[in-house]
Design a protein. Structure first.
Ligand code: ADP
Length: 630
């Protein structure tokens, strides 16, 4: 038989180290859950033996001395112990359900926390998302990962307890002697025979799960194919379920691209696929052999115990005790071995999770606090800043020098791809400069506490998103909000009329994801809500990245000129590739291929007829009305 290769053989020490780490992680998030699960494991493993032992005693008494007092005690003990076990079991279950449920949520919570705390550079890196998607797919397909660090590990402990309990009740099976009067059956007393029978039992007990584990390892071997097939089929589902895609799908019959992959008979989940061949061949054989071997074991136990009883070594009651106890020991051993196999098979999946959780935060985190100033006197300066995106060789910004005057209006203009958004991302320290330095009140921004530093900016990014939650919650970015302030911000942002018309006001849900009463909003309205959100934060810097996707030039110009009023005493930065939107600004910086090539007011820049601004202005002027271009 061909040996199935698991990519890298991990040592047992490593496997248990990773399991312990996974369990500690769950314990950190849900300490009570881990405790209750342990209680359940111990309880489930040991309680069956109470019944086995007491019933054996009862049968022996019935077939032996038949002492009425002892019989009474035994019957009461059986009834009482069964009742106590049942009650405790119900209580444990309730406790388990109440506080220990939602493991899936806990795991999602762990991954979510990691993503939220990751450096933005890593969030931007698609390989991080792919890694998380792989982890989630592994979890959905076979519970691989943290689930298997919990359940099988507990099964392992439970199996050990089960073996221990069963072994205690089985010792006398081997020590009780068949009387000499039993003739040839006295051979059962011979130590070599006992040794042989123990070896046979252990061998069969090992063989059944070993075969089953070997069969299970085909899943691990095929995990990459499964993962890809799962991704494709979930993509197929997304194609069918996403409203935004529905028109193109119908227009170009795009579903056929994916259906080719997900319905191919030779595909992973189909009858002619590679996995189906394993199931029909060696994997199927191994599984069936495992089941057969288990039955042989039961046969051997019955023969041995019955022969000893036949020879007179013990009574009928003990026969039931020994058979039940040995079957339990063997069941425990089988669980132990198959669980060990599962834990080994789970090891690469767990490694993947830790690869994700161990992604380091490389951005330097300073400890300086940003002083809260009523006068908003924060001066930010870019000093000879150059930048290239991680993994890219190309400079996107080169030698940028810029100082923001407090309370001023700065426009950043330039063609698409000239580096405007990147400039803002550096300002907000989503990335650190490759060369040069950014200063806040004369101090390198890296030295400030990051969260503190972020508090001085409100940015309406180009690709902002609103949540399908209540309008008020969206504006306040929180569940609790000041309704008067939210309303004020919405009115300032130009959403006042629409707000008045909403029957539930700030409590209205945006979109219909969670409720049919939710409202659909246009791109322009979404933009206004996003602006209100920026205003609610009340940060000293307010930045508006070009809302070109949502707005036409006229609407953009309208929002920008209105924004000039509502920005008040804040330092405002406007970004646009449409020059007309920004001409009211005190200063305009013209970006071209990552460099600031011109700076000045609209009239100054327009006066330079050889400059880029003049060229861009004239190129764009034809799109606007006469009134706007002058
Ligand atoms: P603008 O805002 O002026 O349109 P951007 O700052 O978005 O320009 O982009 C400037 C350049 O940086 C473009 O060439 C763009 O392709 C590149 N760029 C933007 N984001 C990334 C990224 N995450 N990784 C690599 N290159 C990027």
């Amino acid at each position: 038989m061909k040996k199935v290769q698991v990519e890298k053989r991990v040592t047992w020490a490593e496997i248990f180290k990773d399991i312990t780490r996974a369990r500690a992680l769950i314990h950190k998030y849900r300490p009570q859950m881990v405790l209750i699960r342990w209680l359940r494991v111990i309880f489930d493993a040991l309680t069956p033996y109470v019944g086995i032992y007491l019933s054996a005693q009862l049968i022996d008494e019935l077939t032996g001395a038949r002492d009425p007092d002892r019989l009474k005690i035994l019957i009461w003990s059986i009834l009482l112990s069964a009742a106590v076990i049942a009650v405790v079991s119900v209580l444990l279950n309730r406790w388990l359900l109440k506080s220990a449920d939602y493991l899936w949520h806990t795991i999602q919570w762990i991954y979510g926390d990691k993503m939220l705390r990751m450096d933005y550079t890593d969030i931007d890196d698609t390989s991080r998302h792919e890694l998380l998607e792989k982890i989630n797919q592994n979890q959905t397909t076979g519970g691989w990962g943290i689930y298997h660090a919990l359940y099988p590990f507990e099964n392992l402990v439970s199996a050990l307890l089960q073996i221990l309990g069963g072994a205690v009740l089985t010792v006398t099976l081997f020590t009780s002697r068949v009387p000499d009067s039993a003739g040839s059956l006295t051979a059962l007393n011979h130590p070599l025979f006992i040794l042989l029978i123990v070896i046979i039992m252990l061998f069969i007990t090992w063989l059944a799960p070993a075969l089953s584990n070997r069969a299970g390892s085909y899943w691990v071997k095929n995990r990459h194919q499964h993962l890809m097939a799962n991704r494709l089929s979930s993509c197929y589902f997304k194609l069918a379920s996403q409203k935004e895609l529905a028109t193109d799908i119908r227009m170009y019959r795009q579903d056929t691209i994916y259906s080719k992959y997900v319905r191919d008979k030779k595909g992973t989940f189909f009858s002619k696929g590679e996995f189906a061949k394993y199931a029909q061949g060696s994997m199927g054989f191994l599984s069936s052999a495992s089941a057969t071997v288990s039955i042989i074991f039961t046969g051997v136990v019955y023969v041995f115990v019955c022969l000893k009883a036949w020879g007179g070594a013990f009574g009928i009651g003990s026969v039931t005790q020994y058979i039940a106890a040995i079957t339990a020991v063997s069941g425990g051993m089988a669980t132990l071995i198959s669980t060990m196999g599962k834990l080994r098979n789970n090891a690469p999946f767990l490694k993947l999770i830790f690869e994700f959780l161990d992604i380091p935060n490389n951005m330097y985190q300073g400890s300086l606090t940003v002083e809260k100033r009523r006068d908003r006197d924060y001066e930010v300066e870019f000093r000879d800043v150059s930048f290239k995106y991680p993994g890219s060789e190309q400079y996107v910004l080169r030698h940028v020098n810029m100082k923001f005057k407090v309370g001023s209006r700065l426009a950043v203009v330039g063609m698409n791809g000239s580096g405007k958004t990147t400039f803002i991302k550096l300002l907000c320290r989503l990335y650190d400069p490759t060369e040069g330095i950014i200063l806040l009140n004369g101090i390198d921004i890296r030295k400030y506490n990051y969260l503190d530093y972020m508090m001085i900016f409100s940015v309406v990014f180009q690709d902002f998103r609103l949540f399908a939650l209540k309008l008020g919650e969206n504006v306040a970015s929180g569940r609790d909000y000041d309704p008067d302030l939210v309303t004020e911000c919405l009115i300032k942002a130009g959403f006042g009329d629409r707000l008045k018309a909403l029957p539930d006001g700030l409590e209205t849900y945006l979109y219909k994801d969670y409720t049919p009463e939710g409202i659909d909003i246009s791109g322009g309205e979404a933009q206004k809500i996003a602006i209100a959100r920026a205003l609610y934060k009340d940060a000293p810097f307010i930045i508006l990245d070009e809302p070109t996707a949502a707005l036409d030039p006229i609407a953009e110009a309208e929002i920008y000129s209105k924004f000039n009023d509502i920005a008040g005493d804040k330092t405002a930065i406007y970004i646009s590739h449409r020059l007309s939107s920004c001409k009211f600004c005190d200063e305009i910086a013209v970006f071209h291929e990552g460099q600031v090539i011109q700076k000045g007011s609209h009239s100054e820049l327009l006066a330079d007829e050889s400059g880029k601004y003049f060229e861009l202005w004239n190129a764009q002027a034809q799109y606007y009305t006469e009134k706007e271009t002058t």
